[in-house]
Design a protein around this ligand. Structure first.
Ligand SMILES: *[C@@H]1O[C@H](CO)[C@@H](O)[C@H](O)[C@H]1NC(C)=O
Ligand SMILES: *[C@@H]1O[C@H](CO)[C@@H](O)[C@H](O)[C@H]1NC(C)=O
Length: 292
């Protein structure tokens, strides 16, 4: 083979490899809403759009609404793009969370988006429940208007930590510190849930700002549903398989870039941390001093 021919040959192989990789990652998602989810509350208030690839959630004086994954998962990554209620969204709460649904021993990983008056920042509250124990709220004011466009919200959950991402930026890390005697959710599969409802008794400025019903109905939009994880019931050894990509070396701790972004969020956008709330926690909870 001449030098030029072999160059052309390698280029062709590269292009082919690229095309294969690209087509696989594209064809795996986006899934339609009904592929992985079902309406769990108020059919009349969830509309499928774009051929089922996106949905609209509706909140009015009659009802909020909610949806849930058909399966539960033990470890994995779930993400979706959400466009939150625009304008005067005070008193509305949009939640996106994983929950084991096991009452007083439940595990839960929570994103809650707290609406605000027009022009005031949306707040994201995160919480973590392990074996029925929650009370780990943190709040971050978003550094962009989450109702102007879709943004990606992700929960990564593996044996090493649970990480909450806004786009690619980690805003919360709950590390597996079992070695220090701190409980970590790892036995109970969790479903994926989302709801839009009214909570003006606490959501905005601690309940001072009430919902303005003359602005209703309120709409939130979702698309690009993506769940990759071990569905339960399923193959018994799936969840413990170290070859699952979400258990891989790159996902076991924050990268240097992510760690820097995480510090930036905490320094510039965090408005509440249960770790430093001395009236609630005179003794700093152990997971707060265990580091990321
Ligand atoms: C709403 O806006 C106020 C005023 O800027 C701010 O203090 C608060 O953190 C924002 N979020 C909520 C949920 O009240
Ligand atoms: C509620 O919305 C209506 C209609 O936009 C407006 O006229 C009114 O001032 C709003 N009320 C409050 C308390 O913001």
């Amino acid at each position: 083979m001449g030098k030029l021919t072999s160059l052309k040959y390698s280029a062709a192989i590269l292009i082919l490899l690229y095309a294969l990789t690209f087509s696989f990652s594209v064809s795996a998602r986006p899934a339609t809403f009904l592929q992985d989810f079902k309406v769990s509350w108020a059919y009349s208030h969830i509309k499928q759009i774009d051929g089922g690839r996106a949905i609209q959630l509706i909140l009015d004086q009659n009802s909020g609404c909610g949806f849930a994954s058909k399966s539960k998962y033990l470890f994995g990554r779930v993400s979706m793009k959400i466009k939150l209620v625009p304008g005067d969204s005070a008193g509305t709460v949009t939640a996106f969370y994983m929950n084991s649904d096991t009452d007083n021993v439940r595990d839960e990983l929570d994103f809650e988006f707290l609406g605000n008056r027009s022009g005031q920042p949306y707040t994201v509250q995160t919480n973590v429940y392990v074996h029925g124990k929650g009370d780990k709220e943190q709040r971050v004011n978003l550094w962009f208007d989450p109702s102007a466009d879709f943004h990606t919200y992700t929960i990564l959950w593996n044996h090493h930590h649970a990480v909450f991402y806004v786009d690619a930026v980690p805003i919360r890390v709950y590390k597996n510190n079992e070695a220090k005697g701190i409980p970590f959710p790892k036995f109970q599969p969790m479903g994926v849930y989302s709801t839009l409802w009214e909570a003006d008794d606490w959501a905005t400025r601690g309940g001072l700002e009430k919902i303005n019903w003359s602005k209703s109905p309120f709409y939130a939009y979702y698309k690009d549903f993506d769940i990759e994880g071990c569905a339960m019931p399923g193959p018994a050894n799936c969840a413990s398989n170290p070859r699952n990509w979400w258990e891989g070396a790159n996902y076991q701790q924050l990268s240097a870039v992510e760690a820097r972004q995480y510090r930036w969020v905490r320094m510039n956008h965090m408005i509440y941390d249960y770790c430093t709330d001395k009236s609630r926690n005179p003794v700093t909870p152990p997971e707060c001093v265990a580091g990321i």
